[in-house]
Design a protein around this ligand. Sequence first.
Ligand code: AMP
Length: 396
Amino acid sequence: MKNTGRDLGGKPVVGNRTILPGDTIGILGGGQLGRMMALAGTAMGYRFVTLDPTPEAPSSHTAHQIVAAYNNIEAARELAMAADVITYEFENVDAGVASLLEKESYVPQGSQLLYTTQHRVREKQAIEKAGVPVAPYRVIEGLDSLKEAVDELGLPCVLKTATGGYDGKGQFVIRHAEQLDEAFTELAASGRELVLEQFVSFQSEISVIAARSPQGEVKTFPVSENIHVNNILHLSIVPARLSLKIQREARQLAEKLATSMDAVGLLAVEMFVTAEGKLYVNEVAPRPHNSGHYTMEACETSQFEQHVRAICNLELQDTELLTPVVMVNVLGQHLDAVIQRAGERDEMAIELGVIPKLHLYGKNESKTNRKMGHINLLCKDVQEGLDWVEHTNIWR
Ligand code: AMP
């Protein structure tokens, strides 16, 4: 039965609808984020349907999957028909599909924030509009404009494609003036718009995940300190090894952004912290985020449950950290060793007082650098979790 919109007392609601357990949540995208969203929501009594082009995508084990391209209008319509509410697990949703879903279904997150976050320049403008700092940047229109921008911003700089980049793809760090031509040629070949950012010499990279309800209530999760290897998230460390003042400020910035951007559901905010304690927002994503996976066992509420609650118009829950935690990503090259270890008595974990919680995404094919799962290492002090990662020799 399609939800026609009612509050918790069963009265019809104009505008925001309340989606109750038993109703069906449709997810555009069936990767690991959709899978974990469906796992959290299934526990709450919701049903799930996803749209993803890969047969037996990770979410297919927890939800009915419509197998079709993301921009397939007929399939999007089928998703709309099957679901009482629609959400997404990635931001590059096709504009035609987004508008169809908004017309034919209920999309509490809307499409404006997708439009904003699909493009680095629009995203930066929206962040600045919220009064939140971003690294100085220039829009690049050609090689001459790149040269001018480098003169203004100074070196090093990072040239990025405005759309389509992820995990460091579509980026070139320019350290010397002689690299300008090469950087421009390499990225301009994509045919995408370009943006140049000043290189922030950061002390750490952090993220904060905010959740906002349709009523405008915002709750943020604790700050995660993120370590990347080859531009792919390797570790999340929580609590972050930063002053409480910086952590408070980071959470306030994320809250300010979620409100200013009129987000509903999750907004993941990635930031740089400089040695002087200054914060710059690098990117935002209107969805669950890899750096929020630690919340699954370490917080009162997980990011996935909070997202489901937000889009369904249920009261947001507390996000308190229950235990220090280190999240380590399991990529294709780590998978066999991780599985082997999971089946044995882990003397090192026992000795260090670490409780490893393994999450695998059920992907059919393992590849180098492909995210296959993660482990949340619950500990008394984050150093114990970091020691476990180092001493296993799996992540060398
Ligand atoms: P992004 O795709 O924008 O998240 O960038 C991937 C990674 O490149 C970030 O996690 C940073 O480590 C690095 N990076 C990106 N932009 C900058 C910048 N303006 N200054 C310094 N490092 C950057």
